[in-house]
Design a protein around this ligand. Structure first.
Ligand code: PLP
Length: 391
């Protein structure tokens, strides 16, 4: 039956039909613990009642009117985001995905830059999306090959190398630097305070925008509302998506007001962006996130998960921030371990050959953390002894 779908994803071994909190159930009724959360999407867990109520109520009131007319919920959500970002006042453009949020940022940088200043500098190992422009911003040349020619105006620098940023940011041609606070798809590689602050200084000196991609890190995931808040900097542009709708597609691009004002009516648009259905989900998500203080929950659960993982035989290191973590393994067996964990009832993901990514819902309980680590320990224990041996 799945052959009616394009072959963009590897063959899928499990079909999920239901979810509740951190639990998922497949089409045979088997239970799983979801320590991936739809890749950092369902921050509040599956089927959260507040989100379910919000979208079902809104579906009986008003789903969509187009951006030719005003709505009430979008501006409310934008004001909440602006408050949580807590830097200078900004404005928000709503869209439907992370890639679209970054497209908006890239277009804004070009409009703001003017006079031939259109290039965007991003890092090797980054991931910014699959549209042609965000694919080129993505610092993974192997993903570019089949899709040439890509839009021009993108340069890549080694991750955490400030001298490389210095060399790449030519103020006559560069409009922006675009970085993730933690490279998620790139292996869960956090930035540092020193690096983000140095990039901020460089951008200030050369009048270039500092744009931060918070699509995976945003909204509590790292233990702060936004990942950049770990590093004591104020970005000019911030993009987000995944967790904002807890599974209802919505993305957002925030920019400080003077930058946002480079856009005039007609410069950018999307049919569905900011419509009442998606923003009603986001409004409910943000209300629960504030009520539950999800950044604090991510700090506490992240610390428990880190400590437990560090004690597992076969795990050599744990890195990341809050509840966006990677467990580095003593051998390049991450894909096999993720597959075996799935069979054992635990959803994690091999973010590269040696590392498993763990990003459970932010409301995960201590018992669920302990159960997940016990499953992983059993799965690792059952692996054939790796050539390097266990830790
Ligand atoms: N930016 C980052 C940091 C991401 O992790 C992702 C998706 O994984 C994207 C952008 C693209 O988001 P989407 O898949 O919603 O287009």
């Amino acid at each position: 039956m799945n052959d009616v779908l394009m072959h963009t994803y590897p063959p899928q071994t499990v079909t999920f039909v239901r979810g509740q909190g951190t639990e998922l159930f497949d089409d045979t009724g088997k239970r799983y613990l979801d320590f991936l959360a739809g890749i950092a999407v369902v921050g509040l867990g599956h089927s959260h009642p507040a989100v379910a109520d919000a979208i079902s109520e809104q579906s009986r009131i008003l789903l969509h009117v187009s951006n030719l007319f005003g709505t009430t919920i979008g501006p409310e959500v934008a004001a909440t985001l602006d408050r949580l970002i807590a830097t200078t006042p900004g404005r928000v453009f709503f869209c439907n995905s992370g890639a679209e949020a970054n497209e908006c940022a890239i277009k804004l940088a070009r409009k703001w830059g003017g006079h031939g200043r259109f290039a965007v500098v991003s890092a090797y190992g980054s991931f910014h999306g699959r549209t042609l422009a965000t694919l080129h911003a993505t610092g993974q040349p192997q993903k570019h090959e089949a899709f040439q020619p890509l839009p021009e105006g993108f340069r890549h620098v080694p991750w955490l190398d400030i001298d490389a940023v210095d060399a790449a940011v030519d103020p006559t041609s560069v409009a922006a630097v675009l970085l993730e606070p933690v490279q998620g798809e790139g292996g869960v590689m956090p930035a540092t305070t020193e690096y983000f602050q140095a990039v901020r200084r460089l951008c200030d000196e050369r009048n270039v925008l500092f744009m931060v991609d918070e699509v995976q890190t945003g909204l509590g995931r790292t233990g702060r509302w936004f990942g950049f808040q770990h590093f004591g900097v104020q970005p000019d542009v911030i993009t987000m998506a995944k967790a904002l709708g807890n599974g209802v597609p919505i993305g957002a691009c925030w920019a400080r007001a003077e930058v946002a004002d480079a856009f005039e009516p007609g410069d950018h648009a999307t049919t569905f962006g900011g419509q009442p259905l998606a923003t009603s989900a986001a409004r409910a998500v943000l209300a629960v996130m504030e009520e539950e203080d999800v950044p604090a929950r991510a700090v506490a659960a992240g610390a428990r998960l880190t400590k437990a993982l560090e004690a597992v035989d076969g795990v050599t290191a744990v890195r990341g921030l809050g509840l966006l973590l990677a467990a580095e393994l003593s051998a390049p067996i991450a894909k096999q371990v993720a597959a075996d964990a799935l069979t054992a009832g635990l959803v994690v993901n091999a973010v590269n050959d040696r590392a498993l990514r763990l990003a459970p819902p932010l409301l995960v309980t201590d018992d669920e953390v302990d159960e997940a680590v016990a499953i992983l320990a059993t799965v690792l224990q059952a692996q054939p002894v790796a050539p390097e041996g266990r830790r």
